[in-house]
Design a protein. Structure first.
Ligand SMILES: CC(C)(COP(=O)(O)OP(=O)(O)OC[C@H]1O[C@@H](n2cnc3c(N)ncnc32)[C@H](O)[C@@H]1OP(=O)(O)O)[C@@H](O)C(=O)NCCC(=O)NCCS
Length: 181
């Protein structure tokens, strides 16, 4: 599961807020999170956010992001969001981001992952189903102002081969710490 040339995956940090918000608004035109909501997510000690950025052609540009939330010691986690820039979709970036979230969930010892997806979003539903998620409930008119239903989807995780790691940064998290030094 590799990214196309010229892209790299890394842990998100709060300085990514503006780039992430730009993608958030273009990806979710009617129900984007506010900057303060997103900022809270990027700073949350329970969150694990990753981005894919360009590595060629001048200043890096974020072309995708995704986030997981799980409380320490809780065997349940939630996928909070995922988005890829429209012109970069269909190249495997979403799969790489989503794989990293599930890998982090395994590192945290999570056994069950939940997410919500719009009923009118077959592309995301197809991706989640391919990763083993199943629809377990529908929340009527959950997404406002559009009045679109939410599907609640769930997957069981198989443990990481070496067993759950203590909570803390995984390989991507370590890279971010290195970036900050
Ligand atoms: C959902 C999203 C993140 C997928 O990102 P992506 O980089 O285009 O996805 P990938 O190219 O990695 O494809 C991953 C899987 O998604 C599914 N998929 C991707 N494009 C698809 C399409 N046009 N039709 C159906 N399924 C599609 C497939 O299952 C694919 O796996 P495969 O290549 O093995 O068949 C992207 O479409 C997006 O940002 N959409 C707008 C924001 C959004 O809806 N986010 C989800 C909120 S719940």
């Amino acid at each position: 599961m590799t990214l196309p040339d010229g892209l790299r995956l890394r842990r998100a940090h709060p300085q990514d807020l503006d780039d992430v918000m730009w993608l958030e608004h273009t990806s979710f035109p009617t129900d984007a999170w506010s900057a303060s909501q997103m900022s809270g997510e990027l700073y949350s000690p329970h969150g694990y956010y990753v981005v894919v950025e360009t590595t060629e052609g001048g200043a890096p540009t974020i072309v995708g992001y995704a986030g997981l939330s799980s409380l320490a010691g809780n065997p349940v986690a939630d996928v909070q969001t995922i988005a890829v820039a429209a012109e970069q979709r269909g190249k495997g970036i979403g799969r790489v981001l989503f794989t990293e979230l599930l890998d982090e969930a395994r590192r945290r010892g999570v056994q069950e992952v939940f997410l919500e997806v719009r009923a009118d979003n077959p592309v995301a539903q197809t991706m989640y189903t391919a990763f083993g998620f199943e629809r377990i409930a529908v929340r009527p008119r959950y997404y406002q102002p559009d009045g679109v239903d939410a599907w609640v989807m769930r997957a069981s995780l198989t443990p990481a081969p070496s067993g759950p790691a203590p909570s803390g940064p995984g390989p991507i998290g370590q890279e971010t710490l290195d970036d900050r030094s």
